[in-house]
Write a protein that binds this ligand. Structure first.
Ligand code: HEM
Length: 190
């Protein structure tokens, strides 16, 4: 079955199942239901792209980087080539970050004057993390994986810079998520 062999079909099937169940719930509530609007879709899109981004951030930090320590430059060239796992992971990683930010800013605009300190702290950390992805990690990774021309020394320096920014993002992801969720459920500030 294609939904188990083609990931695009898997995602489509997940979306359809979510929409069908949500529709059943809404219909069962009849006239009394209030709640599903553009904000719902944006919020859900924000969380889906957020877990895609942070899931891959954790994969890079906890799985990929520790595994590539002793790998030779020749093997690395192979691991980083066009169509490789690393390039695909980096694609989902940076675009996950982009859509998280876009949906996050839309949510923030919807909150308007109601945006408290919890969400401000979460959003500031999230924006710092996005800047790290697009301005530091990705340009340096392009040198490491050979999209941008670089000497062996330049590649090593770029790898270090990308790693520092990636580690900072891993650190920030923890308070970022706490404060982001706190905002609507258990605010620390008011
Ligand atoms: C990139 C910058 C980001 C901005 C500007 C941002 C902004 C926002 C805003 C404004 C809200 C709505 C809060 C409320 O209704 O009180 C929110 C909620 C949320 N965000 Fe973010 N966010 C960002 C990054 C992330 C990331 C990386 C994740 C990781 C998964 C994430 C996960 C969540 C979650 C789980 C919620 C809670 C939804 C709820 O409880 O209703 N956000 N975000």
């Amino acid at each position: 079955m294609k939904i188990f062999t083609d990931h695009r079909w898997t995602i489509g099937a997940g979306v359809i199942l979510a929409l069908v169940l949500a529709t059943v719930g809404i219909i069962s509530q009849g006239e009394s239901y209030k709640g599903f609007d553009a904000d719902t879709l944006i919020r859900f899109g924000h969380i889906l792209s957020g877990i895609t981004w942070i899931g891959l951030l954790y994969y890079f930090n906890f799985v990929q980087v520790p595994s590539l320590g002793g790998v030779t430059p020749e093997t690395k060239a192979d691991i980083f080539k066009e169509g490789s796992i690393v390039r695909r992971a980096l694609w989902w990683f940076r675009w996950g970050a982009m859509f998280t930010l876009i949906f996050g800013i839309l949510l923030f605009m919807n909150l308007g004057a109601g945006a408290g300190w919890d969400i401000r702290i979460g959003a500031i950390f999230g924006i710092i993390m996005w800047i790290n992805v697009w301005m530091i990690i990705w340009p340096n990774q392009k040198r490491v994986i050979g999209i941008t021309e670089a000497t062996a020394d330049e590649k090593a320096a770029a790898g270090k810079k990308a790693l520092m920014a990636s580690r900072l993002n891993t650190l920030l992801s923890i308070p970022m998520l706490l404060f982001m969720v706190a905002s609507a459920h258990f605010p620390f500030f008011n």
